[in-house]
Design a binder for this molecule. Structure first.
Ligand code: ZN
Length: 294
């Protein structure tokens, strides 16, 4: 997808990634989505199984001479005892998919971790001779300052427990390699690409606000929105949100802004699209799908 001076591609790690609607969004009712079936099925929800259909993927954003990898998915060889489909994966084809997008590990200038959950940092590292080494040796790994501080405090409290142990195998090795740079709200990666605060799903989640011309924007929003179902039901909060109230506020802020200024919202787990625009529908919102530049 080409947008002004930027290009955006998706690199898939797992698709579909299926989670029960009421598992991810406790209290959510499938019936509430029936009126919106034409927009949500078959890509985003399976009404027969009541499963949400997500993708675990990276966005490759090329702009201003930089190759930016947004989120690094689940990865390979990771010990993830509590999730069989994430546990000790091999032969996933992720790096080949990245190569097919014209990107070698050495080409990546920035790895932007929207947050430090295990499905967003896995490919930060790979296993070589029994050691976790940075997959992208030339990259600066950018993590929100508040996000890193929160999970480091959690590691001190209960080492190796949170996020399936991802801190130890996927974050600490890139810190020790001297590749991590913490960033704060508004920081510009390059002209027109700024860090967007989206706390709630995790303590210091961040996104990216890409301004690709005049007042045109793409909002890479991590897990502030997991699924287009939440455009209809912004109050649905995931079972994994650190601060549900804050998560709803971040999501509402995104939707209101996008409905007003036409921003393209690009959630990390969106399937079969880069993202969607949002329209007002009475006092609610509805997604309008786009895959190509307008
Ligand atoms: Zn996620």
């Amino acid at each position: 997808m080409k947008l002004g001076p930027a290009t955006i591609e998706r690199v898939i790690d797992i698709d579909p990634f299926e989670l029960g609607l009421s598992f991810l969004f406790p209290g959510a009712q499938l019936e509430d989505l029936h009126p919106h079936a034409a927009l949500l099925a078959p890509d985003h929800i399976d009404f027969d199984s009541a499963n949400l259909l997500l993708a675990i993927q990276s966005f490759v954003l090329r702009v201003g001479g930089l190759t930016i990898l947004i989120d690094s998915c689940v990865g390979e060889s990771k010990q993830r005892d509590r999730r069989r489909d994430w546990h000790q994966r091999i032969g996933t084809g992720y790096l080949s998919a990245l190569a097919a997008a014209g990107v070698t590990p050495d080409d990546v200038d920035i790895v932007l971790c929207t947050h430090l959950h295990a499905d967003h940092v896995g490919w930060n590292t790979r296993l070589e001779n029994g050691r976790w080494i940075p997959t992208f040796p030339r990259a600066r790994y950018m993590i929100g300052q508040a996000e890193l501080a929160a999970w480091q405090a959690e590691e001190l409290r209960a080492p190796g427990v949170a996020n399936h142990g991802a801190y130890v195998d996927s974050v600490l090795p890139v810190i020790e390699a001297g590749l991590v740079e913490t960033v704060t709200d508004g920081f510009e990666l390059t002209r027109g690409v700024a860090v967007l605060p989206l706390p709630g799903h995790s303590p210091g989640q961040i996104g990216l606000d890409l301004n690709y011309g005049e007042s045109r924007h793409v909002l890479f929003c991590g897990d502030a929105i997991h699924s287009p179902t939440q455009v209809f039901k912004p109050e649905w909060t995931s079972a994994f949100c650190a601060n549900p109230q804050e998560a709803v506020a971040s999501r509402m802020g995104l939707l209101e802004r996008a409905a007003q200024d036409g921003s393209l919202i690009a959630p990390s787990h969106i399937r079969n699209a880069i993202g969607f625009r949002v329209e007002r529908c009475g006092c609610d919102f509805r997604p309008a799908y786009v895959c190509e530049a307008t």
